[in-house]
Design a protein. Structure first.
Length: 391
Protein backbone atom coordinates (compact mmCIF):
# COMPACT_ATOMS: atom_id res chain seq x y z
CA UNK A 1 0.00 0.00 0.00
CA UNK A 2 1.35 3.42 -0.94
CA UNK A 3 -1.80 5.52 -0.65
CA UNK A 4 -3.44 7.02 2.41
CA UNK A 5 -6.43 5.17 3.82
CA UNK A 6 -9.23 7.01 5.65
CA UNK A 7 -10.41 4.99 8.64
CA UNK A 8 -14.00 4.84 9.88
CA UNK A 9 -13.23 7.28 12.70
CA UNK A 10 -11.79 9.81 10.26
CA UNK A 11 -8.15 9.19 11.13
CA UNK A 12 -5.59 8.52 8.42
CA UNK A 13 -3.55 5.37 7.93
CA UNK A 14 -0.38 6.54 6.23
CA UNK A 15 2.05 4.07 4.65
CA UNK A 16 5.78 4.42 5.25
CA UNK A 17 6.27 5.16 1.55
CA UNK A 18 3.38 7.43 0.64
CA UNK A 19 2.42 8.67 -2.83
CA UNK A 20 2.07 12.43 -3.05
CA UNK A 21 0.92 13.89 -6.38
CA UNK A 22 2.36 17.31 -7.12
CA UNK A 23 1.97 20.02 -9.75
CA UNK A 24 5.11 22.06 -10.38
CA UNK A 25 3.09 25.12 -11.37
CA UNK A 26 3.71 27.98 -13.75
CA UNK A 27 6.17 30.88 -13.65
CA UNK A 28 8.24 30.65 -10.46
CA UNK A 29 6.63 27.29 -9.77
CA UNK A 30 9.50 25.80 -11.79
CA UNK A 31 11.89 27.08 -9.10
CA UNK A 32 10.00 26.99 -5.81
CA UNK A 33 8.49 23.51 -6.22
CA UNK A 34 11.83 21.71 -6.81
CA UNK A 35 13.27 23.66 -3.86
CA UNK A 36 10.39 22.47 -1.69
CA UNK A 37 10.84 18.84 -2.71
CA UNK A 38 14.55 18.96 -1.99
CA UNK A 39 14.06 20.35 1.52
CA UNK A 40 11.19 17.97 2.33
CA UNK A 41 13.15 14.94 1.15
CA UNK A 42 16.10 16.01 3.30
CA UNK A 43 13.89 16.48 6.37
CA UNK A 44 12.16 13.12 5.94
CA UNK A 45 15.50 11.37 5.47
CA UNK A 46 16.97 13.07 8.53
CA UNK A 47 13.94 12.36 10.70
CA UNK A 48 13.34 8.74 9.75
CA UNK A 49 16.60 7.45 8.31
CA UNK A 50 15.04 6.00 5.18
CA UNK A 51 12.21 4.17 6.94
CA UNK A 52 9.73 6.69 5.56
CA UNK A 53 9.76 8.60 2.32
CA UNK A 54 7.51 10.52 -0.05
CA UNK A 55 7.01 9.00 -3.49
CA UNK A 56 6.47 12.10 -5.61
CA UNK A 57 4.05 11.70 -8.53
CA UNK A 58 4.12 14.60 -10.98
CA UNK A 59 0.78 15.71 -12.46
CA UNK A 60 0.03 18.39 -15.02
CA UNK A 61 -2.09 21.52 -14.66
CA UNK A 62 -1.89 25.09 -15.87
CA UNK A 63 0.12 26.31 -18.85
CA UNK A 64 2.18 23.16 -19.29
CA UNK A 65 -0.95 21.01 -19.33
CA UNK A 66 -2.55 23.29 -21.89
CA UNK A 67 0.56 23.28 -24.08
CA UNK A 68 0.97 19.49 -23.95
CA UNK A 69 -2.61 18.23 -23.65
CA UNK A 70 -4.82 21.12 -24.76
CA UNK A 71 -6.56 21.38 -21.41
CA UNK A 72 -5.78 23.53 -18.37
CA UNK A 73 -6.86 20.94 -15.82
CA UNK A 74 -6.64 17.30 -16.96
CA UNK A 75 -9.07 14.83 -15.43
CA UNK A 76 -6.14 12.56 -14.55
CA UNK A 77 -4.71 15.27 -12.29
CA UNK A 78 -7.95 15.72 -10.37
CA UNK A 79 -8.30 11.93 -10.12
CA UNK A 80 -4.76 11.55 -8.76
CA UNK A 81 -5.42 14.08 -5.98
CA UNK A 82 -8.71 12.35 -5.14
CA UNK A 83 -7.29 8.81 -5.20
CA UNK A 84 -4.20 9.61 -3.13
CA UNK A 85 -6.09 11.83 -0.70
CA UNK A 86 -3.27 14.35 -0.60
CA UNK A 87 -1.27 16.57 -2.94
CA UNK A 88 0.67 19.80 -3.27
CA UNK A 89 0.95 22.33 -6.05
CA UNK A 90 2.87 25.39 -7.09
CA UNK A 91 1.23 28.59 -8.38
CA UNK A 92 -0.94 28.26 -11.48
CA UNK A 93 -1.69 30.84 -14.12
CA UNK A 94 -5.26 32.00 -14.66
CA UNK A 95 -6.46 31.16 -18.19
CA UNK A 96 -7.26 34.20 -20.33
CA UNK A 97 -10.65 34.28 -22.01
CA UNK A 98 -13.49 31.81 -21.53
CA UNK A 99 -13.64 28.52 -19.72
CA UNK A 100 -12.21 28.06 -16.23
CA UNK A 101 -12.14 31.33 -14.27
CA UNK A 102 -9.53 29.97 -11.84
CA UNK A 103 -7.74 26.64 -11.74
CA UNK A 104 -7.42 26.94 -7.98
CA UNK A 105 -11.16 27.40 -7.58
CA UNK A 106 -11.86 24.54 -10.00
CA UNK A 107 -9.71 22.18 -7.95
CA UNK A 108 -11.22 23.26 -4.64
CA UNK A 109 -14.77 22.89 -5.87
CA UNK A 110 -14.17 19.79 -7.97
CA UNK A 111 -12.72 17.94 -4.97
CA UNK A 112 -15.16 19.59 -2.52
CA UNK A 113 -12.27 20.94 -0.45
CA UNK A 114 -14.50 23.09 1.68
CA UNK A 115 -11.87 24.39 4.13
CA UNK A 116 -9.18 26.82 3.04
CA UNK A 117 -6.81 26.54 5.99
CA UNK A 118 -4.37 29.42 6.41
CA UNK A 119 -2.16 29.50 9.53
CA UNK A 120 -0.35 32.79 10.13
CA UNK A 121 2.70 33.14 12.37
CA UNK A 122 5.84 35.27 12.52
CA UNK A 123 9.44 34.06 12.19
CA UNK A 124 12.00 36.00 14.20
CA UNK A 125 14.25 37.96 11.87
CA UNK A 126 11.61 38.56 9.19
CA UNK A 127 10.82 42.25 8.74
CA UNK A 128 7.27 43.32 9.51
CA UNK A 129 5.35 46.60 9.14
CA UNK A 130 3.83 46.21 12.64
CA UNK A 131 5.53 46.76 16.00
CA UNK A 132 4.71 43.38 17.51
CA UNK A 133 4.41 40.72 14.81
CA UNK A 134 5.10 38.07 17.45
CA UNK A 135 1.54 38.64 18.68
CA UNK A 136 0.13 37.46 15.36
CA UNK A 137 -0.61 33.75 15.69
CA UNK A 138 -3.90 32.78 14.09
CA UNK A 139 -5.42 30.06 11.95
CA UNK A 140 -8.06 31.04 9.39
CA UNK A 141 -10.79 28.64 8.31
CA UNK A 142 -12.12 30.14 5.08
CA UNK A 143 -15.16 28.53 3.45
CA UNK A 144 -14.12 27.32 0.03
CA UNK A 145 -17.22 26.23 -1.89
CA UNK A 146 -19.92 28.89 -1.41
CA UNK A 147 -20.21 32.69 -1.25
CA UNK A 148 -18.40 34.30 -4.19
CA UNK A 149 -16.78 30.98 -5.23
CA UNK A 150 -20.29 29.83 -6.16
CA UNK A 151 -21.41 33.32 -7.16
CA UNK A 152 -23.67 33.88 -10.16
CA UNK A 153 -23.28 37.12 -12.11
CA UNK A 154 -24.89 38.91 -15.03
CA UNK A 155 -23.23 41.87 -16.78
CA UNK A 156 -24.77 45.31 -17.03
CA UNK A 157 -27.19 45.69 -19.92
CA UNK A 158 -27.44 41.98 -20.66
CA UNK A 159 -30.82 40.34 -21.35
CA UNK A 160 -30.29 38.18 -18.27
CA UNK A 161 -29.74 41.22 -16.07
CA UNK A 162 -32.91 42.82 -17.42
CA UNK A 163 -34.93 39.65 -16.85
CA UNK A 164 -33.58 39.32 -13.32
CA UNK A 165 -34.53 42.89 -12.47
CA UNK A 166 -37.99 42.39 -13.94
CA UNK A 167 -38.46 39.32 -11.75
CA UNK A 168 -37.15 41.07 -8.65
CA UNK A 169 -39.29 44.13 -9.27
CA UNK A 170 -42.50 42.55 -10.50
CA UNK A 171 -42.59 39.25 -8.62
CA UNK A 172 -40.78 40.07 -5.36
CA UNK A 173 -41.56 43.77 -5.06
CA UNK A 174 -37.92 44.87 -4.92
CA UNK A 175 -37.75 48.60 -5.45
CA UNK A 176 -34.35 49.69 -4.17
CA UNK A 177 -32.22 49.13 -7.26
CA UNK A 178 -31.20 52.72 -7.98
CA UNK A 179 -30.10 52.37 -11.62
CA UNK A 180 -31.77 49.19 -12.92
CA UNK A 181 -30.98 49.72 -16.60
CA UNK A 182 -27.22 49.88 -16.06
CA UNK A 183 -26.81 47.60 -13.05
CA UNK A 184 -24.85 44.37 -13.05
CA UNK A 185 -26.12 41.73 -10.65
CA UNK A 186 -24.57 39.05 -8.50
CA UNK A 187 -26.05 36.35 -6.28
CA UNK A 188 -24.07 34.44 -3.67
CA UNK A 189 -25.34 31.25 -2.02
CA UNK A 190 -24.62 30.58 1.66
CA UNK A 191 -26.13 27.40 3.12
CA UNK A 192 -26.66 26.00 6.57
CA UNK A 193 -24.83 22.79 5.61
CA UNK A 194 -21.85 24.59 4.10
CA UNK A 195 -21.56 27.00 6.99
CA UNK A 196 -21.91 24.35 9.68
CA UNK A 197 -19.31 21.98 8.28
CA UNK A 198 -16.80 24.83 8.03
CA UNK A 199 -17.44 25.99 11.60
CA UNK A 200 -17.44 22.39 12.83
CA UNK A 201 -13.98 21.87 11.35
CA UNK A 202 -12.75 25.09 12.96
CA UNK A 203 -14.13 24.04 16.35
CA UNK A 204 -12.53 20.60 16.18
CA UNK A 205 -9.21 22.16 15.28
CA UNK A 206 -9.47 24.73 18.06
CA UNK A 207 -10.19 22.03 20.65
CA UNK A 208 -7.50 19.62 19.44
CA UNK A 209 -4.65 21.97 18.58
CA UNK A 210 -5.32 25.47 19.89
CA UNK A 211 -6.94 27.29 22.81
CA UNK A 212 -10.55 26.36 22.07
CA UNK A 213 -11.36 29.95 21.07
CA UNK A 214 -13.18 30.44 17.74
CA UNK A 215 -14.20 33.81 16.29
CA UNK A 216 -16.83 34.01 13.56
CA UNK A 217 -16.05 36.91 11.20
CA UNK A 218 -18.97 38.09 9.09
CA UNK A 219 -20.88 41.06 7.67
CA UNK A 220 -24.20 40.00 9.16
CA UNK A 221 -25.14 43.50 10.18
CA UNK A 222 -25.83 44.26 6.49
CA UNK A 223 -26.30 40.86 4.80
CA UNK A 224 -28.56 39.44 7.48
CA UNK A 225 -29.55 36.17 5.84
CA UNK A 226 -26.28 35.11 4.16
CA UNK A 227 -23.52 36.43 6.40
CA UNK A 228 -25.93 36.68 9.31
CA UNK A 229 -27.04 33.13 8.66
CA UNK A 230 -23.40 32.01 8.76
CA UNK A 231 -23.03 33.61 12.19
CA UNK A 232 -26.23 32.07 13.56
CA UNK A 233 -25.47 28.61 12.20
CA UNK A 234 -21.97 28.84 13.65
CA UNK A 235 -23.31 29.50 17.11
CA UNK A 236 -25.69 26.56 16.70
CA UNK A 237 -22.74 24.25 15.99
CA UNK A 238 -20.87 25.51 19.06
CA UNK A 239 -23.88 25.04 21.33
CA UNK A 240 -25.15 21.73 20.00
CA UNK A 241 -21.85 19.95 19.33
CA UNK A 242 -19.13 21.66 21.40
CA UNK A 243 -20.94 23.02 24.45
CA UNK A 244 -18.34 23.68 27.14
CA UNK A 245 -15.41 22.90 24.84
CA UNK A 246 -15.36 25.94 22.56
CA UNK A 247 -15.41 29.61 23.53
CA UNK A 248 -17.06 31.26 20.56
CA UNK A 249 -17.55 34.94 19.75
CA UNK A 250 -18.08 36.91 16.56
CA UNK A 251 -16.90 40.13 14.96
CA UNK A 252 -18.08 42.27 12.04
CA UNK A 253 -15.54 41.93 9.22
CA UNK A 254 -14.48 45.58 9.02
CA UNK A 255 -14.06 45.76 12.79
CA UNK A 256 -11.99 42.58 12.71
CA UNK A 257 -9.59 44.04 10.14
CA UNK A 258 -8.96 46.91 12.54
CA UNK A 259 -8.81 44.78 15.68
CA UNK A 260 -6.40 42.30 14.13
CA UNK A 261 -3.94 45.17 13.71
CA UNK A 262 -4.51 46.69 17.14
CA UNK A 263 -5.08 43.58 19.27
CA UNK A 264 -3.95 40.50 17.31
CA UNK A 265 -3.37 38.45 20.46
CA UNK A 266 -7.11 38.50 21.16
CA UNK A 267 -7.74 36.07 18.32
CA UNK A 268 -6.83 32.45 17.71
CA UNK A 269 -8.98 30.42 15.29
CA UNK A 270 -11.04 32.40 12.76
CA UNK A 271 -14.01 30.93 10.88
CA UNK A 272 -15.35 33.01 8.01
CA UNK A 273 -16.93 32.98 4.58
CA UNK A 274 -15.02 33.05 1.33
CA UNK A 275 -14.65 36.73 0.47
CA UNK A 276 -13.93 37.83 4.04
CA UNK A 277 -11.39 35.03 4.33
CA UNK A 278 -9.58 36.26 1.24
CA UNK A 279 -9.14 39.74 2.69
CA UNK A 280 -8.28 38.51 6.17
CA UNK A 281 -5.68 35.96 5.04
CA UNK A 282 -3.69 38.45 3.00
CA UNK A 283 -3.94 41.22 5.61
CA UNK A 284 -2.63 38.92 8.34
CA UNK A 285 0.10 37.58 6.05
CA UNK A 286 1.30 41.16 5.51
CA UNK A 287 1.80 41.54 9.26
CA UNK A 288 4.28 38.66 9.40
CA UNK A 289 6.25 39.33 6.21
CA UNK A 290 3.92 39.01 3.26
CA UNK A 291 2.19 36.49 1.04
CA UNK A 292 5.56 34.95 0.14
CA UNK A 293 5.76 33.39 3.58
CA UNK A 294 2.07 32.41 3.90
CA UNK A 295 1.16 28.71 3.58
CA UNK A 296 -2.22 27.27 2.71
CA UNK A 297 -4.19 24.05 2.44
CA UNK A 298 -7.57 23.05 1.05
CA UNK A 299 -9.17 20.21 2.98
CA UNK A 300 -12.23 17.99 3.17
CA UNK A 301 -11.89 16.32 6.56
CA UNK A 302 -14.74 13.86 6.07
CA UNK A 303 -13.48 12.59 2.72
CA UNK A 304 -9.85 12.64 3.88
CA UNK A 305 -8.68 14.83 1.00
CA UNK A 306 -6.15 17.64 1.34
CA UNK A 307 -4.43 19.76 -1.29
CA UNK A 308 -1.58 22.01 -0.12
CA UNK A 309 -0.44 24.97 -2.18
CA UNK A 310 1.66 28.06 -2.63
CA UNK A 311 -0.64 30.97 -1.84
CA UNK A 312 1.04 33.49 -4.16
CA UNK A 313 0.96 33.97 -7.91
CA UNK A 314 3.27 32.91 -10.72
CA UNK A 315 5.38 36.14 -10.65
CA UNK A 316 6.40 35.98 -14.34
CA UNK A 317 8.62 39.07 -13.94
CA UNK A 318 11.16 37.12 -11.85
CA UNK A 319 10.55 33.62 -13.20
CA UNK A 320 13.76 31.92 -14.24
CA UNK A 321 16.03 34.34 -12.38
CA UNK A 322 16.63 32.24 -9.23
CA UNK A 323 15.08 34.98 -7.08
CA UNK A 324 11.78 33.41 -6.05
CA UNK A 325 10.91 32.86 -2.41
CA UNK A 326 9.94 29.19 -1.81
CA UNK A 327 8.72 29.77 1.78
CA UNK A 328 5.01 29.66 1.00
CA UNK A 329 5.09 26.24 -0.64
CA UNK A 330 7.69 25.06 1.89
CA UNK A 331 5.46 25.94 4.82
CA UNK A 332 2.54 24.36 2.98
CA UNK A 333 4.68 21.22 2.76
CA UNK A 334 5.18 21.48 6.52
CA UNK A 335 1.39 21.43 6.83
CA UNK A 336 1.34 18.37 4.55
CA UNK A 337 3.83 16.56 6.76
CA UNK A 338 1.79 17.42 9.85
CA UNK A 339 -1.32 16.16 8.05
CA UNK A 340 0.47 12.85 7.52
CA UNK A 341 1.47 12.75 11.19
CA UNK A 342 5.14 13.14 10.27
CA UNK A 343 5.66 15.90 12.79
CA UNK A 344 9.36 15.23 13.34
CA UNK A 345 10.16 16.06 9.72
CA UNK A 346 7.87 19.08 9.81
CA UNK A 347 9.63 20.43 12.89
CA UNK A 348 13.05 20.06 11.27
CA UNK A 349 11.96 22.35 8.42
CA UNK A 350 10.47 25.05 10.63
CA UNK A 351 13.51 25.01 12.90
CA UNK A 352 15.80 25.31 9.88
CA UNK A 353 13.81 28.31 8.68
CA UNK A 354 13.94 29.91 12.13
CA UNK A 355 17.73 29.53 12.30
CA UNK A 356 18.22 30.80 8.75
CA UNK A 357 16.06 33.89 9.25
CA UNK A 358 17.68 34.60 12.62
CA UNK A 359 21.02 34.63 10.78
CA UNK A 360 19.56 37.30 8.44
CA UNK A 361 19.62 34.96 5.44
CA UNK A 362 16.67 34.84 3.06
CA UNK A 363 15.66 35.29 -0.54
CA UNK A 364 15.92 38.85 -1.87
CA UNK A 365 12.32 39.88 -1.13
CA UNK A 366 12.78 39.22 2.60
CA UNK A 367 16.51 39.94 2.91
CA UNK A 368 16.13 43.45 1.45
CA UNK A 369 14.01 44.42 4.46
CA UNK A 370 16.30 42.91 7.10
CA UNK A 371 18.81 45.22 8.84
CA UNK A 372 21.75 43.04 7.79
CA UNK A 373 20.02 40.79 5.29
CA UNK A 374 22.00 38.49 3.04
CA UNK A 375 20.10 37.70 -0.14
CA UNK A 376 20.21 34.11 -1.34
CA UNK A 377 18.93 32.70 -4.60
CA UNK A 378 16.12 30.15 -4.55
CA UNK A 379 18.51 27.20 -4.89
CA UNK A 380 20.99 28.56 -2.36
CA UNK A 381 18.21 29.19 0.15
CA UNK A 382 17.00 25.59 -0.20
CA UNK A 383 20.59 24.34 0.17
CA UNK A 384 21.01 26.43 3.33
CA UNK A 385 17.88 24.92 4.83
CA UNK A 386 19.11 21.43 4.00
CA UNK A 387 22.41 22.18 5.75
CA UNK A 388 20.53 23.39 8.81
CA UNK A 389 18.38 20.25 8.83
CA UNK A 390 21.36 17.92 9.05
CA UNK A 391 23.35 20.12 11.44
Amino acid sequence: MSKIQVMSDGTLQVPAHVEVPFVTGDGIGHEVTPAMRKVVDQAVQQAYGGERRIVWQEQLAGQRAFDELGTWLPEDTVKAFADCGVGIKGPLTTPVGGGIRSLNVALRQGLDLYVCLRPVRWFKGVASPVLHPEKVDMVIFRENTEDIYAGIEWPSGSPEAQRLFAFLHEELGVGKVRFPQTSAYGIKPVSSEGSKRLVRAACRYAVAQRSGHVTLVHKGNIMKFTEGGFKNWGYEVAKEEFDGQVRMDDCIADAFLQNALLYPDRYDVIATLNLNGDYISDMLAAQVGGIGIAPGANINYEAGRALFEATHGTAPDIAGHDKANPCSILLSAVMLLEHLGWNEAATLITQAMEHTFAAQKATADLASLMPHGKALGTKAFADTLCEEIVR
